[in-house]
Design a protein around this ligand. Structure first.
Ligand code: PBG
Ligand code: ZN
Length: 327
């Protein structure tokens, strides 16, 4: 009698490694997000309650933390800013000496080889916490928001950002940002578009981290509906046509089908963003010893690689590098 003997190839660690389809995690493709605070005290360092192990950092604290991570092999970062003051024009987002602009200058001076990616959005800088200009009727005005996004991306690129990553979900922002960068002579700065970004409850902890929760309503009128799959292809296609060089799918774990769909339809580099809520779920269970946290961490990222992601944006990056879980 003959039947399939899958176990032949599972007998030893070396045999399993030899036959493994997915390559080991690589430091080259991991991106660590940081929250940098505009604070009087550059050594400011405050743990985010809903994201144990993640911190809001002043400039000096950021420098120290990144120095350690770079020592462990960190290659790329995604920077978010928390301004000292918020207003209705998000002026902290596009100020030449805004906190992200300062952080980028510092990072590129101290760590010239580090790839510094900046999140382009206005919610952290708006007094109402929405990602664009808010009208009295509660609607975020798409077209009026575009010039502010362009100013934000241009000022970040001018500060030395290697890649700009718009996460606002306004229509037409990739075309606007591309022409804004080009007009300033920054044709070489790539755009990594959060092309496929769902209106997700998994962003909850991030909004504590970035102090960016909307004070009224929600983001469902601009971020995508979680029930939609095909729409991911439409969004990705539009952004590539407008000039996106790379794409992000976000959240990641619950959207493995979407990562695969985008991978199969487009050939540009693709990042999966394992968001704050995904991190916090694993972390909380790990802290309770309900799961083997390191194993779940690796398995969760392996799933994203299997789905087709090239790059992984994850708050576990520092830990993975520190524990030698990436090659
Ligand atoms: C800003 C932005 C958000 C995230 C990345 N960029 C929050 C949001 O859209 O509300 C979420 C990241 C995370 O949850 O880790 N628009
Ligand atoms: Zn936003």
């Amino acid at each position: 009698m003959s039947f399939h003997r899958g176990r032949r190839m599972r007998q030893t660690p070396a045999m399993r490694a030899l036959c493994r389809q997915t390559p080991p995690l690589s430091a080259d493709s991991l991106i660590m997000p940081y929250f940098v605070v505009e604070s009087e005290d550059p050594a400011f360092r405050k743990e985010i309650a809903s994201m144990p192990g993640q911190y809001q950092l002043g400039l000096k604290a950021l420098r120290e933390q990144v120095a350690k991570a770079v020592g462990n092999g960190l290659c790329a970062t995604l920077v978010f800013g928390i301004p000292a003051k918020k207003d209705a024009q998000a002026s902290g987002a596009w100020a030449e000496d805004g906190i992200v602009q300062q952080a980028v200058r510092m990072l590129k001076t101290e760590f010239p080889d580090l790839v510094v990616i900046t999140d382009v959005c206005l919610c952290e800088y708006m007094d109402h916490g929405h990602c664009g200009i808010l009208r009295a009727n509660g609607v975020v005005d798409n077209d009026a928001t575009l010039p502010l996004l362009v100013k934000t991306a241009v000022s970040q690129a001018r500060a030395g950002a290697d890649i700009v990553a718009p996460s606002d979900m306004m229509d037409g922002r990739i075309a606007a940002i591309r022409s804004g960068l080009d007009a300033e002579g920054m044709v070489q700065v790539p755009i990594m578009s959060y092309a496929v970004k769902y209106a997700s409850a998994y962003y909850g902890p991030f909004r504590e981290a970035a102090e960016s929760a909307p004070s009224c309503g929600d983001r469902k009128a601009y971020q995508m509906d979680p029930g939609n799959g095909r729409e991911a292809v439409i969004e990705a296609r539009a952004d590539i046509a407008e000039g996106a060089d790379m794409l992000i799918v976000k959240p990641a774990g619950p959207y493995g089908d979407i990562i695969r769909l985008v991978r199969e339809n487009f050939d540009v580099p693709l990042a999966a963003y394992q968001v704050s809520g995904e991190y916090s779920l694993i972390r909380a269970a790990g802290l309770n010893n309900w799961i083997n946290e390191q194993a779940v961490m690796v398995e969760s990222l392996q799933g994203l690689q299997r789905a087709g992601a090239d790059m992984l944006i994850t708050y576990f990056t520092e830990t993975i590098l520190e524990k030698g879980l990436a090659v």
